[in-house]
Ligand binder design. Structure first.
Ligand code: ZN
Length: 218
């Protein structure tokens, strides 16, 4: 899933106005950053299906970044970091939810491949990507709902604050949803790994900057 992860982070700002939406988006994407790091280290792998041009998705072996047990441990770590930085239990809970949501959203769309624990354990995946139009429509709906929640929780402090976030979310939605729907070829290993690491960091930084142009509603 792509823009759906960003949507979760953005929408959760409503529940924790004291945290930048940029941090929440980073937490919601973190499993993909970890996938990039672990793939670079050779600990996790992926395969390109022979019919990728019609499927538009990859298959993975990624127990440490996307396994249920691993995601829950990363979620616990995110909660502890948020608690340490903010001193607020609510911030810790919201950070944990943002991170844990990655597993459940990916489990919805990925074809059976997210392990419960280790490499040989039972694998989960409801394969909504086999109905790609439905999966991508769901992501667009999530982005719209997230923006509405975000607007309820924040108010603009200027022109950039008013238009920046919706323009950014609309642009990234078109980029990610359109990108997956029309993708017929896969970049090389280096390109994939860099995109898994750098794209979430770039999206989070952009949201972090635009979030500073809005103030939390009290
Ligand atoms: Zn993922």
């Amino acid at each position: 899933m792509g823009i759906g992860h960003l949507a979760v982070g953005l929408g959760l700002k409503r529940a924790a106005p004291q945290i930048s939406a940029g941090w929440l988006v980073l937490a919601a994407f973190l499993c993909d950053v970890l996938l990039g790091v672990f793939a670079a280290l050779g600990w996790e792998t992926w395969q390109v299906p022979p019919d990728y041009a019609s499927r538009h998705y990859l298959m993975f072996d990624f127990p440490y970044s996307h396994g249920l047990l691993a995601c829950m441990l990363w979620s616990l770590a995110a909660a502890l970091v948020a608690l340490w930085i903010s001193g607020r239990k609510r911030a810790a809970l919201v950070a944990a939810i943002a991170l844990a949501s990655h597993f459940f959203l990916d489990a919805l769309v990925h074809v059976r491949g997210l392990p419960v624990s280790g490499r040989g354990s039972y694998k989960i995946g409801l394969a909504l990507w086999n109905h790609l139009g439905v999966a991508l429509a769901l992501e667009v709906l999530m982005a719209v709902a997230a923006l509405l929640l975000y607007f309820q929780g924040t108010r603009p402090s200027g022109r950039l604050g008013r238009y920046g976030m919706p323009v950014c979310v609309a642009f990234l939605t078109v980029l990610l949803v359109g990108g997956q729907a029309t993708s017929t070829a896969v970049p090389g290993a280096r390109g994939l790994i860099l995109s898994w690491i750098l794209a979430p960091l770039a999206f989070s930084a952009l949201v972090f900057w635009l979030d500073r142009q809005r103030a939390a509603r009290t």
